[in-house]
Write a protein that binds this ligand. Structure first.
Ligand SMILES: *Cc1c(COP(=O)(O)O)cnc(C)c1O
Length: 477
């Protein structure tokens, strides 16, 4: 597609945007369980107004915008205070959980250069359940990632992680809670392990950092997971998730200001001037910073307590009803509001497709094959419809469905053993092409996910995902 010769009217454009939006997931109707954290109209009005008010301002240079400097420092302070950040705690606002995690890894690498100069090939040790942002960070910053299988309850296996520590280890990672199954790793034991080995320890509280402190205030007993533990040296907390801020807002926190200095990037000989930057981004959208500040102050402790109390109740109701739904089970014993659905009797991916046909959006996960649910406040109004559809979907798949993707999966398993490699990759390409070819969302994901689960060769899996990315992001030339 080429840039149009003449411009188009605003009315026409907005009509078109409304129209293409029709195919997006129906998060406003409480039908999405990932990607959008919906706190309702009232909260979204607050963040929209705040975002627009600081729409043009740039967090790149806070001395030019004392407003943003105030907002960021207060947001970091409020977040640290929820997580036992002491007097020397410090942090930065970032664009999201990924950037927060990238920064923690970069900081650990720079810290190790000073404090463990013998290390030439740094490693981090994490449970396999830790977010891919750690793999990405390791990849970007040259830190080798050692991903250790979890225990049967999906929590980090401390003994196995201990065994994975070498002379090159600089950082341990635990999640509170993990994204795939929503369980809190044994952070206290991991933090002791970090202290014993004189290495750093990052707690990924991207999804839990705002919720868990309020669960405690609601009287729910939780294991220690934050800076109250001596060995925890950094944390990531997404405000654009359960903080109900606008997208583009997360916080990375450090136990001390000294540690945070390793995060900063400075270059002093550029003709454009001295350049100091705290994090990955250069230009930083002022709107995201202002909206985070606005929502935290708008809600206050009482507002979050009420909202998170609702999330907790809705989650309990989900758990109760899942236990009553034939064919479907909860994986593990989730500590928060992040749930994982599995089945021993039906193809859970096909259940996901049947739910998608009914307008629901649930992410598909592997090892074990499962559907992912992040429960938000707005879901309390759709709970009846959800479980009616889930029960129907399970019955439908039990009746006919298993056969279809079952055949594909068995075929894939058998064929992959005997087929020449180039044919395997052709077959994979074809599956990958089914994703992202039209303006609509793909109708069926189960065949691709089923096949992925059957493919054991990691380079084949990578090819499939890269094909899908190629298709999703095909420029219209
Ligand atoms: C969402 C999430 C991340 C990544 O955050 P983004 O904002 O998507 O970059 C990392 N860890 C956990 C546990 C998460 O839930």
């Amino acid at each position: 597609m080429k840039l149009g010769q003449a411009g188009r009217s605003k009315e026409e454009l907005f009509l078109e945007m409304e129209k293409v939006k029709e195919h997006d997931i129906k998060w406003k109707e409480g039908k999405a369980f990932s990607l959008v954290f919906n706190g309702g109209q009232e909260l979204s009005d607050v963040i929209k107004d705040a975002y627009c008010m600081f729409f043009s301002e740039n967090g790149l240079n806070p001395s030019a915008f004392p407003s943003l400097k105030k907002f960021e420092n207060e947001v970091v302070g409020m977040t640290a205070s929820l997580l036992s950040g002491g007097e020397n705690a410090a942090g930065s606002m970032t664009s999201g959980g990924t950037e927060s995690i990238l920064m923690a890894i970069k900081t650990a690498r720079e810290w190790a250069k000073v404090n463990k100069p013998h290390i030439k090939e740094p490693e981090l040790v994490m449970p396999i359940s830790a977010h891919p942002a750690f793999n990405k960070g390791g990849h970007y910053f040259g830190v080798k990632v050692i991903a250790v299988p979890t225990r049967d309850d999906y929590r980090a296996d401390v003994t196995a992680m201990k065994e994975a520590i070498t002379d090159n280890t600089i950082l341990l990672v635990g999640s509170a809670p993990s994204y795939p199954q929503g369980v809190i790793d044994p952070i206290e034991e991991l933090s002791l392990l970090a202290l014993d080995n004189k290495i750093l320890m990052h707690v990924d509280a991207c999804v839990g950092g705002i919720v868990l402190p309020f669960y405690r205030k609601l009287g729910i007993e939780l294991p220690k997971f934050d800076f109250e533990l001596e060995g925890v040296t950094s944390m990531s907390v997404d405000l654009h998730k359960y903080g109900y801020a606008a997208k583009g807002a997360s916080v990375v926190l450090y136990k001390t200001k000294e540690l945070r200095r390793h995060q900063f990037f400075v270059t002093t000989d550029w003709p454009g001037g001295m350049y100091g930057s705290p994090s990955v981004l250069g230009t930083r959208p002022g709107g995201a910073i202002a909206a985070a500040w606005a929502i935290m102050n708008y809600l206050g402790e009482e507002g979050y307590l009420k909202l998170i109390g609702q999330i907790r109740e809705t989650t309990m109701e989900f758990k109760r009803r899942i236990a009553l739904t034939p064919e479907i089970e909860l994986a593990g014993n989730p500590d928060m509001s992040v749930l994982c659905l599995i089945s021993n009797t039906v193809d859970i991916f096909q259940v996901g497709d049947c739910m998608a046909a009914r307008g629901w959006h649930l992410d598909m996960q592997q090892a074990p094959n499962s559907l992912h649910l992040t429960v938000s406040a707005a879901h309390k109004d759709t709970i009846d419809e959800f479980f009616k559809d889930l029960a129907e979907a399970a019955i439908e798949v039990k009746g006919i469905g298993n056969k279809i993707s079952g055949i594909k999966t068995t075929m894939a398993k058998g064929l992959l053993k005997t087929m020449p490699k180039n044919m395997v990759s052709k077959m994979i390409k074809k599956e990958g092409q089914n994703v992202g070819v039209s303006d609509k969302r793909p109708e069926k994901m189960a065949p691709m996910y089923g096949m992925m689960a059957a493919i054991t060769d990691n380079s084949d899996r990578e090819t499939l995902v890269k094909d899908a990315l190629d298709n999703l992001f095909s420029p219209r030339l």
